[in-house]
Design a protein around this ligand. Structure first.
Ligand code: 3HC
Length: 303
């Protein structure tokens, strides 16, 4: 156990691309046992298959020894939906990585508060939702925000924003809610570093730093396509070759998930009340159509 983060076991809620990636770096880099929970068995099967593929690739490339891969894989235990959040009761930190839906997150954080020990850190991988609001949802009924119990509960909530693909991207953006204690922030920082990441810190504003800058850029690219300013390929090629971006903004939107992009852009729009953040109609319609990008087989590109 690292003295700095004090995490002997980690819980991860959500086995989508982000949750799986977080479980992967925690088990391989931080060498922490992980309990990975998802309601969907199908999601878990896909996540584990991806982890096995990534571990095999790293072994074949000589980046890690096969014993490291085996040990990392053994550190990950799946928690089925029938076992539920109760099975996470002894973890020292839980990271929520479910879809961008405030009421779903509030429900999860309320059950984490009920089941986990009071010293456990409760982190959210949200891309844009208010960490302060999530922290408030952990205050037990009958307590107030100003009570010792209320302050203690909300004070252990923090934003831990990983980037996709988690095994590759070097950053974690740490977000402090109004209530987050300095101890929670420092332990979360130490954990991200143990996962092999560099850390930046942002205040709890819509989109934090990363998505307050990235998502309007993607939204503008979609508006360019909507207005017929240029073709899909010309928009992406302009940014790839003209600005050295690893992928163009439309391909990146597909890669993040168009439903996620829309949810973040809507949070920027409603969270600031500023019309400059209005989501592109084309983006809204593509999400209406179920064209979520890479994960659904169709977005700006076909997969
Ligand atoms: N999972 C794990 N590893 C992956 C991966 C995945 N999904 N996709 C690619 N990789 C690995 C490859 O295995 C390879 O590893 P290696 O060097 O050990 O062989 C390495 O990444 C490079 O892959 P490729 O050579 O196949 O392809 P590229 O050179 O095109 O790199 C990329 C792929 C790293 C994804 C690159 O295209 C890139 O950097 N794209 C932009 C990513 C980005 O901007 N991410 C942030 C999204 S925003 C976000 O997450 C925040 C959220 O809130 C919205």
């Amino acid at each position: 156990m690292s003295a700095a983060h004090g995490i002997r076991t980690l819980g991860v809620l959500g086995a989508g691309q982000m949750g799986t990636g977080i479980a992967f770096v925690a088990a391989l880099r931080a060498k922490v046992p992980v309990l990975l929970h998802d309601r969907s068995q199908d999601q878990i099967t896909k996540g584990l298959a991806l982890m096995d593929k990534l571990l095999d690739k790293d072994v074949n490339k000589g980046k890690i020894q096969s014993i490291d891969a085996k040990e990392a894989r053994e550190r990950i235990r799946i928690i089925s939906s029938s076992e539920g959040v109760k099975a996470l009761r002894d973890v020292d930190m839980a990271i929520e990585a479910v879809s961008e839906n405030l009421s779903l997150k509030e429900k999860i954080f309320a059950s984490l508060t009920a089941e986990l020990n009071p010293g456990a850190i409760l982190a959210s991988n949200t891309s844009s939702i208010s960490i302060t609001k999530i922290a408030t949802s952990t205050i037990p009924q009958g307590s107030t925000a100003a009570s010792e119990e209320g302050k203690q509960s909300a004070g252990r909530v923090v934003g831990l924003h990983f980037f996709n693909p988690v095994p590759v991207m070097k950053l974690v953006e740490l977000i402090s809610a109004l209530q987050t204690t300095p101890e929670t922030l420092e332990r979360a920082r130490a954990f991200a570093i143990a996962c092999g990441k560099e850390v930046t810190v942002s205040k709890d504003v819509p989109g934090f730093v990363s998505n307050a800058l990235l998502m309007p850029f993607i939204n503008e690219a979609i508006m360019c396509l909507e207005k017929g300013t240029a073709t899909r390929d010309d928009i992406d090629t302009t940014l790839r070759l003209g600005m050295n971006h690893p992928m163009g903004p439309l391909q990146l939107a597909d890669f993040i998930g168009l439903d996620t992009c829309l949810a973040i852009q809507q949070t920027l729009y409603t969270g600031t009340g500023d019309s400059k953040y209005r989501p592109s109609i084309l983006l809204e319609r593509m999400v209406d159509a179920g064209w979520y990008g890479k994960k659904s087989g169709k977005g700006f590109y076909d997969y």
